[in-house]
Design a protein around this ligand. Structure first.
Ligand code: NAD
Ligand code: LMR
Length: 324
């Protein structure tokens, strides 16, 4: 049997945490032959609810689940962690933008970055889900100087999956027929869902849809999907967010089979996005690592949108200078 991997979930008693824990314990994220230990981190007022989550996990008798650690101490929660899912944070309500959460949530990610630095496995894979995810990831990264900065990522896979669903609906094809989808930039309303390199059943996506739909319907629908879910459900997306987090880590850990997926990762100058922000790029995952897809042609329309979302990320970063 393989050695168990330790998976930390922060905010494990919250909506997304509740959707995540059971799927991870059943092997959806790290593989059906990979035992796991769940390290569930909450804040003191949520410890009773967390105990209930652990009781339910016990009651599932998952063959892969080796142990459950419930704690409100980040130093315990991140101890030897191989995968850290930073979910615990306040969600936005109707009428808010995700960056409105920066002040309330930003303070969570510095101490957690430090606890990761001091206690996690040196090869820990960190995914930040709590909003505003990209800038929170930057805060965690800045507080973990001993961990390779590339190991800090933020989630735009939900946006990626949303874009697949919209394009599949429009073209009448199944989403598995779509290749080469890209989300650029921030997990916010400035994100740029780009179909310029996309194919649907082998045909160029741009030839299958009219430009008006692409610019005036598809792009805003994907950008505003989180708000639309909040309006419809009265609560922010949870099961779809958990599913996207599982997709993100599964591909990073086990590989994306040559396919492009969107991950917000530290910018390295690719596509003229200067270093210093956690920006969503198309990546290919292989051997437990990711690489930004290089060499794509960027037209003026794309350039403008990629720069706009970059500008927003740098403004968010300037707003939390004291936490970096
Ligand atoms: P929720 O309110 O249901 O749960 C959040 C949980 O985090 C709560 O149980 C709370 O006690 C806990 N928590 C708060 N501070 C904590 C801390 N310092 N340490 C550990 N736990 C802490 O919220 P939710 O619906 O699960 O959403 C969580 C976050 O994920 C929100 O910020 C939301 O906006 C974000 N989100 C991001 C995406 C994305 O695509 N990146 C998608 C959906 C939601
Ligand atoms: C989402 O995209 O569903 C989440 O980021 C929640 C939100 O605030 O939109």
């Amino acid at each position: 049997m393989k050695k168990p991997l330790r998976v930390t979930i922060t905010g494990a008693a919250g909506q997304i945490g509740y959707a995540l824990a059971f799927r991870i314990a059943s092997g959806d994220m790290l593989g059906k032959d990979q035992p796991v230990i769940l390290q569930l981190l909450e804040i003191p007022p949520a410890m009773d609810a967390l105990k209930g989550v652990a009781m339910e996990l016990d009651d599932c008798a998952f063959p892969l689940l080796q142990d459950i650690i419930c704690t409100d101490d980040p130093n315990v929660g991140f101890k030897d962690s191989n995968v850290a899912l930073l979910v615990g944070a306040r969600p936005r309500g109707p009428g808010m933008e995700r960056k409105d959460l920066l002040e309330a949530n930003g303070k969570i990610f510095g101490p957690q970055g430090k606890a990761i630095n001091d206690h996690a496995s040196r090869d820990v894979k960190v995914l930040v889900v709590g909003n505003p995810a990209n800038t929170n990831a930057l805060i965690a990264q800045a507080n973990a100087p001993d961990i390779n900065p590339r190991q800090f990522t933020a989630m735009t896979r939900l946006d990626h999956n949303r874009a697949l669903a919209q394009l599949a609906g429009k073209t009448g094809q199944h989403h598995t027929a779509i290749k080469g989808m890209i989300i650029w930039g921030n997990h916010s309303a400035t994100q740029y869902p780009d179909i310029a390199h996309c194919t649907v059943d082998g045909k160029g996506a741009k030839d299958l849809v009219d430009e008006g739909w692409y610019k005036d319907d598809f792009i805003p629908t994907v950008q505003q999907r989180g708000a639309a879910i909040i309006k419809a459900r009265g609560a922010s997306s949870a099961a779809s967010a958990a599913s996207a987090a599982i997709d993100h880590i599964r591909d990073w850990h086990l590989g994306s089979n040559g396919e492009w997926v969107s991950m917000a990762v530290p910018s390295d100058g690719s596509y003229d996005i200067k270093e210093g922000v956690i920006y969503s790029f198309p990546v290919i995952c292989k051997d437990g690592d990711y690489e930004i897809v290089q060499g794509l042609d960027i037209d003026d329309f794309s350039r403008e949108r990629m720069d706009l979302t970059d500008k927003e990320l740098r403004e968010e970063r300037d707003g939390v200078k004291d936490l970096l």
